[in-house]
Structures are given as C-alpha cells and as structure tokens.
Ligand binder design. Sequence first.
Ligand code: GAL
Length: 680
Amino acid sequence: MTQADVSFSHLLLGTCDYPEHVPQDRPPVYARMQRELGLSFVRLAEFAWSRLEPLPGTFEWGWLDDAVEAYHAEGLRVVLCTPTPTPPAWLIRAHPEILAFDDQGRVREFGSRRHYDFASPVFREHSRRITRAIAERYGQHPAVAGWQTDNEFGCHATSRSYGGASAARFPEWLREKYGTLDALNAAWGNVFWSMEYTDWAQVRPPILTVTEVNPSHVLDYNRFASDMIREFQAEQVELLRELSPGRFVTHNFMIFESGFDHYDVARGLDFVTWDNYPTGMLELFAPPGIGEDLRTRYARTGHPDLVGFNHDLYRGLLSGGERLGRDGAGTPDGPWVMEQQCGQVNWAPYNPMPADGAVALWTAQAWAHGADVVSYFRWRAATMAQEVMHSGLLRHDETPDRGFAEVAALDQTAFPVGPVPARVALLHDYESLWIYDQQPHAQGLNYWTQTVTYYMALRRLGIDVDVIHADADLSGYAVVVAPAITLVSAGRAARWTDAVNAGAQLVCGPRTAFRTPGGETWSDGQFGPLSELVGARLLQYDSLRPTLRQTVSGAGDLSGTFEASTWAESYRLSGAQALAHYRGGPLDGQAAVIRRGNVTVIGAHSDALIGAVLEGVLGEAGVPVLPVPEGVRVSRRAGQLLVQNWNPEPVEWNGTTLPPVSFVVRPVEAGQPLEGEQDA
Ligand code: GAL
C-alpha cells in the first residue's frame, strides 16, 4: 500500500460523514469540529450516487467538491467511496435486469440499498462508469488518502442472487470449471436422486427444490457468487489504481458475514477494513454458549470475544496474519475499523444504549487487535429515512452525544502501532463454513459457533490469536487450532503435516477433514488425507438434542469428567492414543479425545473439555497462559498490554481494581512473563 504519505506511529481516528444529507453550510462546521475532536480521516459518498449523477450522464460534483475542500481546509484526510451500493432509480427503471433475486426467487426491489446482482453485465458497465467518473474527479486531490469500494459486500444477504444475471452466468462458470457435464455430474454426485444434467442450460441456482438441495450444488453456487463479487470489485480496483495513483484501496467488510470468500475478495486490496457494531453483534450472532445471562451482562458492551474474533479475522485476511502479526515490521498498513459503533445501533432486535466507557473500550480493543485507524459511524445522527434511530457522535440537533465525550478524552498516543505477537493460529475457511452449515446435523450447531467456542477458550486463557486461512503459511506458530475445518484437501493435509513436523502443535475440533473439496465425504472416511497424521478414523457421530448429554471421562493430564452437549464423535485408533473416553450412551467406552505426537483431536462439544485440552497443549508448546476472570480480557500489541474489563461491575484482578467497562494499557517486556502469568 501507499500509506506512506499518511504514515503514523499511533492509532488515528476518523468518522463517516454524509454531506449529501445536510445543508451546504454544514460541512465546514463539521470539519472544524472533527479536527478539534482529534479526528484525522473522514469517509464520504458511499451512498451518494443519486446526488452525484441525478440524471443519466449528468454529473453534479459541486456539493462534493465543496465538502472535500472543507475537510481539506481543516487538515482531514478523505476516504472516498465508489457509490455502487445504491444505483439510482433512473438506472434501475431503465435496466431492471440489474436487480437481484432472493432465495425464494423473488425480485429484490428498489427502495433501500444493495439492489443489484454482482453478475449483471449492465450493472458492471455502470459500476465502471461511475467509478471512472468519481476517480477522474478526485483521484489526484491532495485530500484524498484512499478509496473504499462499494459498502459492506453481502450486507442484507446480498452476496448471492438466485435468478436473473446470476442464473444466466452460473452454467458458464460451471462449464469453465468442469469442462464436461460428466465431470460436473460426477463432482456433485448427481446420480443420487437422478439429478444428472444432460445440458448446461438445465442447471439453475440451488433454491426452491422440493426438499434439501444437493450440498455440492450449493457449495459451487457459493463459490460462483463469491467469484462474481471478486470480479465486480476487481474492475473498480483496476480503475482506481489507474486514476488515483498512490492512494490506498480498501473495502469495509462486515461482522460474521459468510456469503463470500473474504480472502479471495480481499486479495486485490491494500489493506482490509471492517465495521464493528458490538451490541448488535451480541444480539444477532451470539452462539448458544452465550446464554441469556451473559447476553444481559454484555448488553451494553457486546461480548469481548465476538468483537475480538472479528478483529483477529480481519487482521488476518490479507496475508495470513503476517502483515502485523509476526514479521515485526509494525508498519501502519491496516486493518482499520471503518465504522465503529459510537452509540445505539438501529438494526438489532434490541438496541441498548452503550455503557459509559464502552466507546473508549471498543477503541482500545480495536487498537490492541491490530487496528491502525478507528473511524466512528456516524458523525451526526441521520434526520431522515431508515436510520433515524441510529446514534452518531452528534445527536440529530448537532449537540455532542455520549460517545463524543469518550472520543474527546482518548489519548491517541497511548496506542502505538506495531505487531500483535500471536503464537497461536486459529484456522478459518469459508468453504468449510458453507459445507458445514449445509448439513449441521444438530440444530443450533454451525461453523461460527464451533469456531468461536475454540476462540473463546483461548481468550479465557489470555492468549493472543491470529485467525488465518486454513491454507496459510503456518511457520512460526507454536500452536495451530482447526476448530471446524471440515473440508480438507490433500494439499491442505500436506501443509498441516509440514507444520506439525516442524514442531507445531495441532488441535482439531470435531468433523475435521470429514469432506473432500467437492463436498462429499472422504470415501476412506474421516480424516481422509489427514488419517496418517491423526492416527485414527471416525467411528461414530452422535447429534445430541438439547436435553441429551454425553459424559466424557479423561485420564492422565486430562483427568476429570466433562459433560458434552450438541455433538459427540468417536474414533477408531490406528496409532493415536485416547486421552478421554465416552461413558454411557451409545458411544460408551469409545475414544472421545485422541492424540498422536503433536496432533490432538477433540470429538465432543464441551467448553470445559476444550479449555482443558488447550491449556495442556499451550503449556507443552511453551506458550504462557494467563487465565482471566469472566469479562476480563488481555491483548498485546507493540510491546503494550491492554487489560480490559467488559463487566458492568468493578473487578479485582492481578493486584489491580478495574472499574466497570474500562481498560488500562501498560508496557510489557517482550518475552517476559506478566504478573500472574503461569506456565500451564
Ligand atoms: C452498517 C452500514 C452502514 C450503516 C450501519 C448502521 O452495516 O455499512 O451504512 O447502515 O450499518 O449500523
């Protein structure tokens, strides 16, 4: 990237502003206030197409020219956007074929946002046209630091369109991938239920079938739709590179968005940004393990690990965690939080007001997890349309809202940029997610739940984690955790084997390596190409309804009794040893946790069991653990330790009293144990 001219040594702040929503005399006032508040960046124009091009080919730049100048005059750097999430009414009515279709086969109409199909050739043309126009106008403006493409790909379930342009393109995509219908039919197992195709045109999007659709069909549709997003964005990125040299190009990804392969889509960007809404995230994405009591406890802050997981995931999108993770370079090259909640949101079932201190705590956590810039959404609360219930830094009447004071009180220099020193990698892969969630086999179980369960166990042990792609370079990690990587190719198995042979500990969750890249099961059974490394094969799997429990009993270092819920699978050993067995039920006496050399597999869902196994493995790998009480979290960056209290009450810990919803930053000697830190 090219942040050279915006280089900085500590966290910087910004906001998202909407000059098109306010009278023309406001941006100069806002720009001054933003500078006085200590903000450095302002993001503009992601939804402004109808004001930039009110009629076909008629551009009105005056209002945006004035706004850009106003921010420039106050020394703010502008992040401009391609306004493609909101094609205007004139374009849609002239070309209704731009519109996307939902999973019920219905057209998704004009009247909100994201109403387009990524595969639409007509929309692609207009996307390039508006990108060229805005980049020609502002690409070399000294205030413009960089670009955001579009806005939150996938938001409102828009990654995939199930008709129109996508339906037309899908057979072509399949033909390119498979070459022949025989190959396609074989790859999808279409002999099952006579689903074999004899003409490419017979293949449709995987919706509205009488009963379950073929999971391999879904897997390829998801890959196809993801490719359409990558192509769509790449066309914009190419133009921005040409017309706005020296500026960065990024995209603002969304919490727990699953609709496309983020690693693939991020590849052409300079760095990644994402949009952090902790309270809404808790309401909408909390896994079953975060029950009503914890949802109440964290209603006004969000849950630290849901937020932390997203930070760690987005930090690892571009280069497997190496950018800021382990190379020590510490260059300020992202990620950023492009939209940081700074008051109430408007889109969750409940939208509690954030606790006093929450905005500052979120900002500090973002920094500790690798963010170089935190930009608050939004500057002033909207006075019109869909988001009037959403807070900004300013209230509707332009007076400072609660978050404003917290931002004003932040000492940005207390947050130096630099590496996050994670020695533990947690593996993630969207294809595993897609195929896992096709056939979860137990209600309430899904890929994110299983993944986040392992992440939370690590965070409770005070561990910094890089979330990286399952095929990323694993060298340098002491412990590699694969919570739910159900799709394992021979190549992936070989890479994991190399990492283990190089000394890493590997810990796998249930259903690891259950499937081939095509989505079928390995015909020699789980663990397919990993069987030799693991020293075992799958014996049985059991799906536990909420009222069923399965006892797991460990021996040796894992001694104790654990209660598993939701899922339990057992193994037939061929070189591995059992560290724990099932007791009672149909799996009685069978192996529940197994180990061969540096490879451990946990077959059952139990927080306590997962925590105990991880603690043991971390100890063996020489990664010091620092167990923290409920709601207390630690993170390290650039030689500093951030201690956070997310609880609504004070906590005494490690010789310090932490007030409710608060943090402290203190230096940590690299490699030195912390006060209270133990070797496991
Ligand atoms: C984000 C989106 C913003 C705004 C915000 C409200 O998902 O990018 O445009 O809608 O949510 O919380």
